[in-house]
Design a protein around this ligand. Structure first.
Ligand SMILES: C[S@@+](CC[C@H](N)C(=O)[O-])C[C@H]1O[C@@H](n2cnc3c(N)ncnc32)[C@H](O)[C@@H]1O
Length: 247
């Protein structure tokens, strides 16, 4: 068995104990992430009947984070059919948090309008059409956010390096110390070489933007770090994507 091969059950060289080491578990989780992403299993996920383009353990993680932070505003970029907007609004409602979801998309899908209007928590959702990195969009966001400081940011729009780096820099302003900004689909880099992936993602991806964002933070400004605890379920579409503001 070489270093990169998986310690699969049935391997003649694997003692049972070696199948359960932390390293073996991590390698298995990484390969499982690639296989299930490649198999498009995530397209089967829905929340309250609305398709949501997330992996289930990431939704559980978001639930835990929302419960802990009790955000008054959840600001998301990337709406698609409205699945995450519905998910976040239902979490706020269930947890009796006096909070709103502001969901930005460059082109609001007609089905997203229907899905969010029909959900039981529609009064908590505001859809905003615009480029998530443009100053015009942020003027509108700032009006909606008002003076609220307990903001949680979820970035899941255009996954290119240039766009995500610009997004990280422009959305960072909303996060309080102790708050989070999540870059979704950092998994693109990891799945670039799968049959359903795209070789271009090996370099053009949100994970590279996260690394650049963290490395280029001005020392006299807000400081973000990766919260590795948010990867406790090992299988995630957001590796190194949960950024916590520490200063
Ligand atoms: C991955 S989908 C969002 C999925 C949704 N968050 C969910 O989990 O169900 C990406 C969305 O980003 C939007 N988008 C692409 N470029 C954008 C941009 N520059 N600004 C805002 N939204 C953008 C697309 O229109 C698309 O609806």
């Amino acid at each position: 068995m070489n270093d990169n091969s998986l310690p699969l059950a049935g391997s003649l060289n694997s003692s049972p104990d070696s199948l359960y080491t932390a390293e073996a578990t991590e390698r298995l989780a990484r390969q499982w992430t690639k296989n299930m992403w490649n198999g498009l299993l995530w397209k089967q996920v829905s929340w309250l009947g609305v398709p949501v383009q997330q992996w289930p353990t990431d939704l559980i993680l978001m639930q835990q984070l929302i419960f802990r932070l009790r955000p008054r505003v959840i600001l998301e970029a990337g709406v698609y059919l409205g699945g995450t907007a519905v998910f976040y609004s239902s979490m706020l409602n269930m947890m009796q948090i006096d909070g709103q979801v502001i969901s930005v998309d460059i082109a609001i899908h007609p089905e997203a309008r229907v899905n969010t209007a029909n959900c039981a928590y529609s009064d908590r959702i505001t859809l905003l059409e615009g480029d998530s990195k443009s100053p015009a969009t942020h003027e509108k966001i700032q009006q909606l956010v008002g003076g609220e400081t307990n903001v949680l940011v979820c970035l899941d729009s255009d996954h290119s390096y240039a766009h995500t780096l610009a997004e990280l820099r422009v959305f960072a302003r909303y996060i309080p110390v102790g708050g989070y900004m999540i870059m979704f689909d950092t998994v693109c880099e990891i799945v670039a070489d799968t049959p359903s992936g795209n070789p271009q993602w090996a370099t053009d991806n949100p994970l590279r933007a996260v690394r650049e964002f963290l490395a280029s933070q001005p020392t006299d400004g807000p400081q973000f770090v990766i919260d590795n605890d948010c990867e406790k379920f090992l299988v995630t579409f957001c590796p190194s994507g949960f950024l916590r503001r520490v200063r």
